[in-house]
Design a protein around this ligand. Structure first.
Ligand SMILES: Nc1ncnc2c1ncn2[C@@H]1O[C@H](COP(=O)(O)OP(=O)(O)OP(=O)(O)O)[C@@H](O)[C@H]1O
Length: 321
């Protein structure tokens, strides 16, 4: 069975046609596709060009597409799902069943390989989502960087900035983050960071990338950086517990997937998550995604029809992508 998976993000949109064995037939990339940050024409053009590109690559397979699952950023809360379904239908063969969801679901299935579970995403922003065996869905957090998004890159960066200014004043302990941030911004003194944060770029784009440094310093043993990452993990585990309680019995053997740039140093976080939930959620397992998000979209398409994929799906998919 041929399936089209689409991962529409804030920077680019990826589409892949694959089968249940993980064979990849077509692969196309276009610009960002969050409908809330694009004009209607620009949004339609991204999806149209993506489908035209795929069709050109292999018209024979394209005509046989059974399912299309598009996980698109900004879709869900905005209530624009139906509009996106209609748009995709225009460019797809008549028999193709189209499903449109928020792109966070791609991340879940990229880890659970199509099974129920929970995903904790921590990129620039953060959100917790899950689905159970009955198809019930739950979402916790991710309501915006100004007051939510605990555990995100922005959260880590913001708390680290707070800490270096406290250290500068003598209100808080010394931290290696001060030197690291000065080097990062190529400045000599901590207060000069202010002009960088309140400069021309959006503060989120300046603050979130500091997360790499925070995690590096935490791994090097800096107590302040370590406390920030520990607090972030506690917050995320709180969100995971809340989501879990809504969907599963306490002793359910749930897959909890960690996805997003903040988890690049996977084992460091997995260990913390395990320790924090050892008593409260003894049967859960934490894991990183096994295929890229677009692979998660393909898996979500199969899951939506109750189709089991081959055991070596991820290995073949990753090899062929
Ligand atoms: N090795 C690393 N260790 C810790 N954090 C990292 C690492 N690499 C990247 N990050 C952080 O991950 C974040 C970006 O992650 P990602 O690319 O998944 O997010 P995004 O797609 O831009 O945002 P979102 O998922 O919120 O839409 C940044 O805050 C960055 O600092």
């Amino acid at each position: 069975m041929y399936v089209l998976g689409i991962d529409g993000g804030g920077t680019r949109t990826t589409a892949v046609v694959a089968d249940e064995f993980g064979n990849v037939y077509m692969h196309a990339v276009a610009g960002r596709s969050n409908p809330n940050t694009l004009t209607q024409e620009a949004f339609e053009e991204v999806l149209r060009s993506l489908l035209v590109d795929l069709k050109k690559q292999n018209d024979d397979v394209f005509r046989q597409l059974s399912l299309c699952y598009a996980g698109i950023a900004g879709v869900g809360e905005s209530g624009r799902d139906e509009e996106v379904v209609t748009l995709l239908r225009k460019g797809l063969p008549p028999q193709t069943v189209v499903t449109v969801q928020n792109d966070a679901w791609n991340a879940l299935y990229a880890g659970t390989l199509g099974k129920p579970g929970i995903v904790q995403i921590a990129g620039t922003g953060a959100i917790t989502l899950g689905v159970n065996e009955e198809g019930k869905e739950a979402r916790v957090g991710g309501w915006g960087y100004l007051f939510d998004d605990e555990g995100s890159g922005f959260y880590l960066g913001k708390h680290a900035l707070k800490a270096i200014f406290r250290a500068y004043d003598g209100r808080g302990p010394e931290t290696s983050l001060s030197n690291r941030f000065c080097k990062h911004f190529q400045i000599a003194h901590v207060p000069t960071i202010i002009s960088k944060v309140y400069g021309n770029e959006h503060p989120r784009s300046v603050i979130a990338p500091l997360a790499n440094i925070v995690v590096e310093e935490a791994q090097q043993g800096d107590a302040v950086a370590l406390a920030i990452t520990n607090e972030a993990c506690k917050e995320m585990v709180h969100a995971i517990h809340t989501c879990h309680r809504t969907l599963f019995a306490n002793n359910h053997a749930t897959n909890i997937v960690l996805s997003g740039g903040v988890f690049s140093e996977g084992p460091f976080f997995i260990e913390k998550f395990r320790a924090l939930s050892k008593v409260s959620l003894p049967s859960v397992t934490f894991e990183l995604t096994k295929v890229p998000p677009v692979g998660g979209a393909v898996l979500a398409a199969f899951a939506s029809e109750g189709i089991q994929v081959a055991e070596d799906f991820s290995a073949r998919f990753n090899e062929q992508l």
